[in-house]
Design a protein around this ligand. Structure first.
Ligand code: GLN
Length: 545
């Protein structure tokens, strides 16, 4: 089948849930038996998301092949259950970098190289390349930002041109319909204006997704479709939902998938998506809770960006909890309070499990180390992710191996006992100020030690997870750590890098140099998160006795 393209744009507000819309359409088409892929176009000049602070941009999603991308790729992978590459993230920075490089290489045969047509040409080349390499039946294309932003205009122009060329392309426009308190009525005007803007770029949306706190009513739906020049049944309601994984079913009930298929002349098969339906149904039956604390440095972030910065960790906790038939209650614990008020550490005893997530820099580090010590000594299940593994090693070296000044050189470059050091190749890169896309990135294999908890959870002797780091456990200290009882349960195939650690005689004390949150899917939780929640459940049961 020739690929069909579905473009998703957004109007009125950012943060509307375009990513969830795109992913949900993908979920439904996959359930219809099609090969689906998705890509995201971001208007910023950063070549990738790796150089942006998570507080600025939300989490940096890492692809299998080491791309540092927008977090929406995470939604695509989770909802559609696919694995994407860095090619699925296109930024303005990449486009200009490529076009200027081609110009320098005389690849434009002496022509004057201009924004139009050369930037849209490069955008289309990249989209078609993804279509070709994935051999997808459906290519979903999400345009970042909001229509009307100056910086999105070249993407819209490229998509207008693409429609003329490939024909099989539809536009889905996601809009927000506010219900102002003083009026108590849903207003469509801002959405109408955003559609008028799209029209001015030569694009007519085929379908409209009406995001709002409530369901759009029939009267407004019809008025809206009339004014915006779409068919009567082309406006779909997308009210707020408790759980984003319900959105595919919300669209399915309104026949969005059926409509899209018939648009392309394809037959709709009813009674699909049974697995997803029973998964959503099961969630509504869950009662028991586990309390999970995520220990980090949060006061600098502010409430609104917090969830965005750790979205994959949160989703991985949910997937693993649901598979264990429990509901997770996630709490953010600011590690700095343990530095200013050491007594406050005892509050950690109320949690069924703790996570020390990835991070960079010194803020709140001593507090995290204190939290790790408390979890180790008080048998609280703990999972350390990347920085979480490194700080667990620092804690163990200091308090079990009795190396009091043990530290990571990321924080104390002059420590006499550098138990965590920079990877040798990373040192050179940093000296040359090569910061972009230069960490140890993407999937790496680890060989797991037999009979360890980690090997048991992965159910094999090898594991592959995605990475994003510059530091590693210092090989000079491997023996010392092992002599004192730490199990280095997974190593890089050459035996040099510690990929997993664990402690025996503890309900669950596991650390990984990787970011296992990136491979967690709603129906296939990541094994390490699964193990953590399994242990949390046991602890919750014990404390409720
Ligand atoms: N700062 C640490 C490193 O660079 C950990 C990184 C992370 O947690 N992703 O190795």
């Amino acid at each position: 089948m020739k690929p069909k393209f579905i473009v998703v744009t957004g109007g009125v507000l950012s943060g509307l849930g375009k990513g969830v819309t795109t992913s949900s359409i993908g979920n439904l088409l996959k359930a219809q038996g099609y090969n689906v892929t998705a890509l995201k176009m971001d208007p910023y000049i950063n070549v990738d998301a790796g150089t942006m602070r998570p507080t600025e941009h939300g989490e940096v999603w890492v692809t299998d092949d080491g791309g540092e991308t927008d977090q929406d790729l995470g939604n695509y992978e989770r909802f559609i259950d696919i694995t994407l590459s860095k090619k699925h993230s296109i930024t303005t920075g990449q486009l200009y970098l490529t076009v200027i490089q081609k110009e320098r290489n005389l690849e434009y045969d002496g022509k004057c190289v201009e924004v139009i047509p050369h930037i849209p040409l490069e955008i289309k080349r990249r989209i078609l390349d993804v279509a070709n390499t994935t051999k997808a039946d459906f290519v979903l294309i999400e345009v970042g930002g909001t229509v009307g932003d100056y910086q999105s205009i070249l993407f819209l122009e490229a998509l207008r041109e693409l429609k003329r060329e490939v024909k099989d392309l539809i536009f889905v426009h996601v809009v927000y319909l506010p219900i102002p308190n003083n009026l108590g009525e849903m207003k469509t005007k801002p959405a109408q204006h955003s559609i008028r803007f799209l029209n001015s770029t030569g694009i007519q949306p085929d379908y409209i997704i009406a995001r709002a706190s409530r369901t759009i009513d029939k009267v407004r739906r019809e008025k809206f479709s009339f004014l915006c020049n779409v068919e009567d049944d082309a406006v779909f309601a997308a009210p707020d939902v408790k759980n984003i994984y319900e959105v595919p079913l919300l669209f399915e009930r309104q026949g969005l998938d059926k409509k899209i298929l018939s648009h392309f002349g394809l037959r709709y098969k009813s009674n699909n998506n049974r697995v997803w339906k029973s998964f959503i149904h099961k969630l509504s039956l869950l009662k028991n809770e586990v309390k999970i604390g995520v220990v980090g440095k949060y006061f600098d972030i502010g409430d609104f960006t917090l969830e965005d910065s750790y979205v994959s960790v949160i989703e991985a906790i949910k997937h693993a909890s649901w598979a264990n038939n429990v509901i997770p209650k996630i709490q953010w614990i600011d590690s700095k309070q343990f530095e200013t008020n050491p007594k406050s550490i005892t509050q950690l005893s109320q949690y069924d499990a703790l996570i020390i997530p990835g991070g960079f820099g010194g803020s709140g580090v001593e507090g995290k180390i204190t939290a790790i010590k408390y979890a180790r000594e008080n048998n609280i299940p703990l999972l350390g992710l990347c920085y979480g593994l490194q700080l667990s090693v620092v804690e163990f070296a200091r308090n079990v191996c009795n190396v009091k000044d043990a530290h990571t050189t990321e924080i104390n470059p002059n420590t006499k006992n550098p138990v965590v050091i920079i990877l040798p190749e990373q040192k050179k890169l940093l000296e040359q100020k090569q910061y972009g896309a230069s960490m140890r990135l993407g999937s790496y294999n680890a060989i797991l030690k037999k009979n360890t908890k980690v090997a048991q959870l992965y159910k094999k002797n090898e594991a592959s997870e995605r990475h994003r780091h510059r530091y590693e456990v210092n090989p000079d200290y491997h023996q010392l750590l092992e002599q004192h009882g730490m199990i280095l349960s997974g190593m890089s195939p050459d035996g040099k890098l510690v990929e997993y650690i664990e402690l025996p005689n503890h309900p669950y004390f596991v650390g990984t140099q990787a970011h296992p949150e990136f491979t967690s899917r709603p129906l296939h939780p990541n094994p390490l998160f699964y193990g953590l929640i399994e242990a949390a459940k046991k602890r919750a049961k014990r404390s409720s006795l």
